[in-house]
Design a binder for this molecule. Sequence first.
Ligand code: SF4
Ligand code: SF4
Length: 267
Amino acid sequence: MAKVFVIDWKMCVGCYDCQVGCKDEHCDNCWPPYAEAQPLVGQFWCKVDQYERGRRPHVKVTYLPRICQHCDNAPCIEAAPDAVYKRDDGLVIIDPDKAKGNKKIVESCPYHVIYWNEELQLPQKCTGCAHLLDGGHPICVPRCVDNCHVDAILFGEESEFDLSDCEVMHPEYGTQPRVYYKGGLPKKFVAGTVYDPEAEEVYIGAAVRLEGEAGTFSTTTDSWGDFWLRDLPDADFTLTIEAAGKTKSLPVSTKTEDVGLGDIALI
Ligand code: SF4
Ligand code: SF4
């Protein structure tokens, strides 16, 4: 039965234990027939990307664990079918003997998760810790999964999970990844603080509306005058704020980044 990884990035606290566990499992350790040792530096078969989003004081730090996507339609297998293969459980493995000297395997991956080991002349990547899965080992899940103390990375039979609210990374590549992101991948936000410059007070309960071709999203300011509009599509919008008979409109765009507007005077 084919297995999947399910990653809930909203649960991730950025402790990097999965990344460290991967290093501990694979550095200085060969796991034939699946992998030669991972170098101490320069390779991260499990990598936690950290993003600082927005602008002070409206900032969010997001952590996104990334591994090989163990694609069902894998370009790396297409590039070297004699050296890269898919196991029955869905894991994609680069055969360390057959792939020696074949650098084009590195370039084949659109997710850029294959590294080149110059010393061994070998392409290397996450094996899903296949050696732990079929070796009768007490840890019968990948090491990153075992190391995560908040269960932000799970691994198991596809049928065990409800994948209905999940997204895969870059579905437009057509690679059919077996790594699912629970609740979807991070989406953009627009945030700000609305205040009355004459009264030198924030507006509590001001109506905030974001309108554009991608839809309408609305909220109200909280007790600190703050508003957060989350999980937005990448698009151009008009932001309208209304309170105490006053209205303000301004253009905002989430096409390239999250938007922290800072203090907004409503005159
Ligand atoms: Fe191959 Fe890259 Fe897909 Fe992993 S993510 S299976 S290395 S194409
Ligand atoms: Fe996030 Fe879990 Fe990795 Fe820590 S171990 S960085 S919580 S996924």
